[in-house]
Design a protein around this ligand. Structure first.
Ligand SMILES: [Zn+2]
Ligand SMILES: [Zn+2]
Length: 88
Protein backbone atom coordinates (compact mmCIF):
# COMPACT_ATOMS: atom_id res chain seq x y z
CA UNK A 1 0.00 0.00 0.00
CA UNK A 2 2.89 2.34 0.82
CA UNK A 3 4.13 2.69 -2.72
CA UNK A 4 0.93 3.17 -4.65
CA UNK A 5 1.11 6.95 -4.88
CA UNK A 6 3.90 9.42 -5.41
CA UNK A 7 2.50 12.84 -4.47
CA UNK A 8 4.47 16.05 -4.89
CA UNK A 9 3.50 19.66 -4.67
CA UNK A 10 5.16 21.90 -7.28
CA UNK A 11 6.99 24.86 -5.78
CA UNK A 12 6.71 27.19 -8.75
CA UNK A 13 3.05 26.68 -9.69
CA UNK A 14 -0.15 25.77 -7.85
CA UNK A 15 -0.19 22.13 -8.89
CA UNK A 16 0.13 18.74 -7.32
CA UNK A 17 1.70 15.88 -9.26
CA UNK A 18 0.31 12.43 -8.47
CA UNK A 19 2.08 9.53 -10.17
CA UNK A 20 3.18 11.93 -12.90
CA UNK A 21 -0.30 13.43 -13.43
CA UNK A 22 -0.39 17.20 -12.91
CA UNK A 23 -3.47 18.43 -11.05
CA UNK A 24 -4.34 22.08 -10.42
CA UNK A 25 -4.60 22.47 -6.66
CA UNK A 26 -2.60 21.81 -3.51
CA UNK A 27 -1.96 19.23 -0.82
CA UNK A 28 -4.56 19.78 1.90
CA UNK A 29 -5.66 18.44 5.26
CA UNK A 30 -5.55 14.79 6.22
CA UNK A 31 -8.19 12.46 4.93
CA UNK A 32 -10.54 11.62 7.83
CA UNK A 33 -10.68 7.98 6.74
CA UNK A 34 -7.02 7.06 6.21
CA UNK A 35 -5.02 9.99 7.63
CA UNK A 36 -3.05 10.48 4.43
CA UNK A 37 -2.94 13.97 2.94
CA UNK A 38 -5.89 14.86 0.79
CA UNK A 39 -5.56 16.98 -2.34
CA UNK A 40 -7.64 20.01 -3.23
CA UNK A 41 -8.65 20.20 -6.90
CA UNK A 42 -9.18 23.67 -8.33
CA UNK A 43 -11.11 22.22 -11.24
CA UNK A 44 -13.66 20.31 -9.18
CA UNK A 45 -13.54 22.75 -6.24
CA UNK A 46 -13.34 19.77 -3.91
CA UNK A 47 -10.89 17.75 -1.85
CA UNK A 48 -10.19 14.13 -2.61
CA UNK A 49 -8.13 11.24 -1.27
CA UNK A 50 -6.27 9.07 -3.74
CA UNK A 51 -5.70 6.34 -1.16
CA UNK A 52 -9.43 5.92 -0.46
CA UNK A 53 -10.33 6.99 -4.00
CA UNK A 54 -13.11 9.21 -2.68
CA UNK A 55 -14.16 12.84 -2.81
CA UNK A 56 -14.33 14.44 0.61
CA UNK A 57 -17.18 16.74 -0.41
CA UNK A 58 -20.49 15.73 -1.83
CA UNK A 59 -21.55 17.35 -5.07
CA UNK A 60 -22.80 20.92 -4.70
CA UNK A 61 -26.44 20.00 -5.31
CA UNK A 62 -26.96 22.47 -8.15
CA UNK A 63 -28.43 20.33 -10.90
CA UNK A 64 -27.20 22.85 -13.48
CA UNK A 65 -23.60 22.56 -12.29
CA UNK A 66 -21.66 20.97 -15.13
CA UNK A 67 -18.54 20.41 -13.05
CA UNK A 68 -20.42 18.20 -10.59
CA UNK A 69 -22.42 16.53 -13.34
CA UNK A 70 -19.18 15.56 -15.04
CA UNK A 71 -17.32 14.59 -11.87
CA UNK A 72 -16.61 10.85 -11.95
CA UNK A 73 -17.38 8.85 -8.80
CA UNK A 74 -13.69 7.99 -8.58
CA UNK A 75 -11.02 10.70 -8.33
CA UNK A 76 -8.50 8.26 -9.80
CA UNK A 77 -10.66 7.98 -12.90
CA UNK A 78 -11.35 11.72 -12.92
CA UNK A 79 -7.64 12.51 -13.13
CA UNK A 80 -6.57 9.33 -14.96
CA UNK A 81 -4.23 8.42 -12.10
CA UNK A 82 -2.72 4.97 -12.37
CA UNK A 83 -1.54 3.28 -9.17
CA UNK A 84 2.15 2.47 -8.97
CA UNK A 85 3.06 -1.18 -8.57
CA UNK A 86 3.71 -2.11 -4.96
CA UNK A 87 7.19 -3.36 -4.20
CA UNK A 88 7.74 -6.57 -2.31
ZN1 LIG B 1 -8.19 8.53 2.53
ZN1 LIG C 1 -21.17 21.75 -8.56
Amino acid sequence: MENEFDIKELVDSPHVVVNGIKIGGFIAELCPKCNNSSIYSDHYDAHFCVYCDIWLETQCGDSACEICANRPESPLIAFKIVKLPTVG
